[in-house]
Write a protein that binds this ligand. Structure first.
Ligand SMILES: NC(=O)c1ccc[n+]([C@@H]2O[C@H](COP(=O)([O-])OP(=O)(O)OC[C@H]3O[C@@H](n4cnc5c(N)ncnc54)[C@H](OP(=O)(O)O)[C@@H]3O)[C@@H](O)[C@H]2O)c1
Length: 332
């Protein structure tokens, strides 16, 4: 018996090197193992970078990518007590782009709500948690405070807008297309600006001269310089992405005289350093936010695993209208 899984034997452009392979079916769990049938997974920029060999570390080849996924438990080992067949679960480990995974209980987080929101739950692990932790870990924000972010129409950007609005924090959102202004305002963005040279001036006007204390940057390069120019004294710019492929930029006099800080965020190390109870409580909150409609990220398209090359090509396009999801156990 075989299953379908995404496989890569070399690093390079995602839609060229990754393909749908037939691999042995991971049957018969050991006493401490669980089998999960993967229901859905998104394609994130970090997955594309991993396939290109440009992410944090190059994995050994051949490799099955996939930072996140949700699925249903289809078999449990004899020593498993906390999970039952049929449970909806999120995978905390990687290598998830497959029809079926065999994992230990510690790699799973149970989702105790109806699976009506399966597509949103497939995107739970990475982007909502990234947005939530960046909003709470660097600056103590109060209702009425302003923050700024770039790539605001990304999955993370949507989550930042929605989670900030939930807690009364106001967002200034930088995008590179005019046609995003209305849709982002509709989900709670307080201001939407197009990348331009006079960001500090516009932000000064919007905030009544206060500036912002938190800047959230996924682009780096010139955009990071513009974002940092909007920071109030003592403000923090958190970089979490490398979309421009350029260095992060901050003027030295802002750092020296105005105590502006540039720091980095990576969810992988955040989760690694969090006790299990804290991880569970973070995701419980985010699952509730999905369930209550606070979090709702647009989906551009869904694909079968057979069409992974088309899905990867779509996920790599600029000006997408949302995330690309793959449903590995749905027929093509
Ligand atoms: N550090 C972490 O732990 C962590 C966690 C999650 C995500 N991330 C990073 O966060 C970023 C967003 O991820 P996502 O999943 O939310 O993205 P996504 O939903 O796939 O959207 C990609 C976004 O990037 C924008 N973009 C692409 N290239 C750009 C450029 N050169 N300049 C400005 N904008 C650009 C796109 O804008 P257009 O629509 O205009 O094309 C789009 O808004 C990625 O860099 C990802 O790696 C990091």
């Amino acid at each position: 018996m075989t299953i379908k899984a995404v496989q890569m034997n070399s690093f390079g452009p995602a839609s060229k090197v990754a393909y749908c392979a037939e691999l042995p079916d991971p049957t018969s769990p050991e006493p401490d193992e669980i089998i999960v049938d993967i229901a859905a997974f998104p394609i994130n920029p970090a997955d594309l970078l991993t396939i290109e060999g440009k992410y944090a570390a190059k994995p050994p080849l051949p490799y099955t990518p996939g930072a996140e996924a949700v699925g249903h438990v289809s078999d449990v080992g004899s020593a498993i007590e906390n999970f039952r067949i049929g449970d909806l679960v999120m995978l905390l480990s990687r290598e998830n782009w497959t029809q079926k995974r065999k994992v230990k209980a510690a790699e799973l987080l149970k989702i105790d709500i109806d699976s009506d929101n399966l597509f949103q739950l497939a995107m739970l692990k990475v982007n909502p948690a990234t947005a939530a932790l960046m909003l709470r870990n660097y600056i103590e924000l109060k209702p009425g405070d302003w923050i700024i972010q770039d790539a605001a129409n990304s999955g993370v950007g949507h989550c930042v807008i929605r989670l900030a609005a939930k807690s009364g924090v106001k967002t200034i959102n930088v995008v590179r297309r005019e046609n995003l202004i209305t849709p982002l305002q509709a989900i709670g963005a307080d201001a939407v600006l197009i990348s331009a040279g006079n960001l500090a001036e516009q932000v000064n006007q919007i905030t009544g001269g206060d500036g912002v204390r938190l800047a959230i940057d996924a682009v780096a390069g010139q955009t990071s310089l513009e974002l940092a120019s909007c920071l109030a004294d003592g403000g923090v710019m958190v970089n979490y992405g490398m979309l421009s492929g350029e260095p992060c930029m901050v003027m030295p006099d802002w750092i020296v005289f105005r105590h502006v800080t540039l720091t980095g965020f990576w969810l992988a190390t955040q989760l690694r350093d969090m006790p299990r109870e804290q991880i569970e409580s973070l995701y419980k909150e985010l699952i509730n936010d999905i369930s209550n409609g606070v979090l709702d990220v647009p989906i551009a398209a869904t694909y079968s695993i057979d069409d992974i090359k088309d899905a990867l090509e779509h996920a790599g396009r600029e000006n997408r209208s949302g995330k690309v999801l793959v449903l590995p156990n749905d027929a093509a």
